[in-house]
Write a protein that binds this ligand. Structure first.
Ligand SMILES: *Cc1c(COP(=O)(O)O)cnc(C)c1O
Length: 384
């Protein structure tokens, strides 16, 4: 029984058949008129998804490349920035800044907890000389399944007046509300293998007029990731370098699917899957790393029962049921496993994952819950 693999990880996420079929086609020329039409529609769709009139640029890169572009195009070595770090990805943006000689001050929280917006307010208010050039926030911290309160932190950034807000929205965009214009988010980065429902390979960056102003004087070295080139070519529905045309055509199909479903419905579906997953985990008497108030829409991090290694659970799930869940990263390896419910995920997938998890726990000798309790709890949420 090969070919039944089910991905319940927060990227790469499952890909719908329409998109897979688009990927199987012969590539077309990236400078052809035919492809320009695709780019025009995709760009429109990206703006719709970002809820913005800003430029949304398409890069051949994973999410990290998109965020690196979002940092280095608007800052100079020596610039002062604040970066939130409460997980693997927040810490990565600190490393990117450091690599370019940007003077980064880290505002951290323990892995599994949300960043404290007050810590940002205090730092920003203390900066009367207006030296802070940017605040970098990971909206949905995938390594822990925690959502940071971007709306509140951004309000403090706006009160500061000078600093740009640079957002990693890789697992929030397409799962929860990220209204780029309503919140006036300057730079928002994301990647194709997450909420976009296509394979890895494309990165996206939205850029506000204020960020383009900063671009004019930003001095970080850049070439392939110079967003000015992407903007210039985007005006002609093109890209500066050869773009993976098949991925873009696949994206055209998934953006159409998303528009058909509707933004509110997409957010509601992710919210329902989050609720069902969390209810099931609680009913199984397992631990949840994130509390209810800051739980991510796209991923749930679960603490295994006492004495059971999370990697063991993952390995049985994979071998027995061909279901892949994600492990913990860095110091959380073995201590958590993460259930992705991002993108092309239906109620059926949640029920399948929970029932397989129950069977796996039983197989591993866990008797801390009534058989079926997790599925029953998930069904109650999904049916309500
Ligand atoms: C997946 C992810 C990224 C990007 O990772 P890549 O492997 O470079 O695509 C960045 N931030 C978050 C929060 C992510 O989940």
């Amino acid at each position: 029984m090969d070919d039944k693999l089910m991905l319940m990880i927060p990227g790469p996420t499952p890909v719908p058949e329409q998109a897979l079929l688009a990927l199987a086609k012969h590539p077309i020329g990236h400078r052809s008129g035919e492809f320009s039409k695709v780019m025009a529609e995709v760009t429109e769709g990206l703006k719709w998804l970002h809820q913005t009139q800003n430029d949304v640029l398409v890069l051949t890169a994973s999410g990290t490349g998109a965020l690196e572009a979002g940092i280095i195009n608007f800052l100079s070595p020596g610039d002062r920035v604040l970066c939130g770090a409460n997980g693997k990805f927040g810490e990565r943006w600190v490393e990117v800044c450091t690599a370019y000689g940007i003077q980064v001050e880290t505002i951290s929280a323990p892995w599994g907890q949300a960043l404290d917006p007050e810590a940002f307010r205090l730092q920003l208010e203390a900066d009367t000389a207006k030296e802070i050039k940017a605040v970098i926030i990971t909206h949905s911290e995938t390594s822990t399944g925690v959502v940071n309160d971007l709306e509140t932190i951004n309000r403090h950034v706006k009160a500061h007046g000078q600093a740009l807000i640079i957002v990693d929205a890789v697992t929030s965009l397409g799962a929860m509300n990220v209204p780029v214009d309503a919140w006036d988010l300057d730079v928002v980065g994301s990647g194709s293998q997450k909420g976009y429902m296509i394979p890895p390979g494309l990165g996206f960056v939205s850029v506000s007029p204020k960020a383009w102003e900063a671009y004019k004087t930003a001095k970080c070295p850049r070439y392939y990731l110079d967003l000015g080139k992407y903007r210039k070519d985007a005006a002609k529905n093109s890209t500066p370098y050869t773009t993976p045309v098949n991925l873009v055509i696949a994206l055209q199909t998934t953006l159409r699917m998303m528009r058909e479903e509707g933004l509110e419905q997409i957010f509601a579906r992710h919210s329902r899957h989050r609720a069902a997953t969390r209810a099931a985990i609680k009913a199984l008497n397992l631990g949840l790393l994130a509390d209810d108030a800051s739980a991510a829409y796209s991923i749930t991090a679960v603490q295994p029962p006492e004495g059971l290694d999370a990697e063991k659970i993952r390995s049985v799930l994979k071998k027995q049921f061909s279901i892949v869940m994600a492990g913990g990263q860095d110091h959380l390896k073995g201590k958590i496993f993460r259930i992705g419910h991002l993108g092309f995920v239906s109620d059926r997938d949640i029920l399948t994952a929970i029932s397989a998890l129950e069977a796996t726990l039983r197989e591993l000798g866990y008797e801390g819950a009534v058989p079926g309790a997790g599925v029953a709890a998930a069904v109650r949420v999904l049916a309500s």
